[in-house]
Design a protein around this ligand. Sequence first.
Ligand code: UP5
Ligand code: MG
Length: 227
Amino acid sequence: RAFKQATVIFVLGGPGVGKGTQCARLVQEYGFIHLSAGDLLRQEQSRPGSPFYELISTFIAEGKIVPMEVTVALLENAILEHIQKANKEDKTKNEQETTKPEGTHSYIHSVFPRSHKKKVYFLVDGFPRQMDQAVRFEQEVTPCQFILYLEGPEDVMLERLLKRGETSGRADDNLESIKKRFTTFKETSYPVIEVYAKQGKVQTVSCVDGPDVVFENVKRVFNGQLF
Ligand code: UP5
Ligand code: MG
């Protein structure tokens, strides 16, 4: 199964904590693939003819968690697409190397064509938000390597979201929706982090400093966990 090639890191934390911001930097630094569950849902919502338009719009505005069948399917499709793309690129590179006329490197490849497929690293941002989603994903795709948990006080997150709401156009960046998102996070999503913490899989980084300082701490975690 192609999923065997996927290494997955969950990036979790409350609304506005900086998941997207830090993931963008991790992509730059390490070349990971960033999959934001919220972005995938918003894309699906705005896809013409999507059968989930109503469902996604309502759940997002209410700060509720969209039924996992939708989210898991979107994530699985995105992961498979990226793996296929990576394999295609790898195959092209491999062919170019094996057709080289000279050199030890190309000789080795022509005698022993590369059979193993390379690992593809995914940052899964904002998912899982409920324990049953975590279980389903880990059964169907792969167990996560570890969890990066970005932590911060609500007042900091609220200020950031209200500021972003001035320009973001996001249907849930208003005081009423933000309060609901906080409640869902505390009641339903934070317990996911507690479960993983008991398994020793959670790496916590504070989000209160500026993005550069947060990223230094995030990098320290990744260097310790993966490299
Ligand atoms: N900012 C970031 N870092 C900063 C820093 N260190 N200092 C100062 N400012 C900082 O950042 C938020 C804002 O803060 C930005 O303006 C940024 O510049 C600034 P961002 O990186 O966007 O934070 P993030 O944690 O990604 O915030 P986001 O709003 O995306 O988090 P949510 O978890 O609320 O949103 P998400 O898109 O993941 O989900 C939205 C909704 O989709 C959910 O409420 C739910 O209804 C639904 N959903 C599901 O149902 N299932 C899922 O699996 C996922 C989502
Ligand atoms: Mg985000």
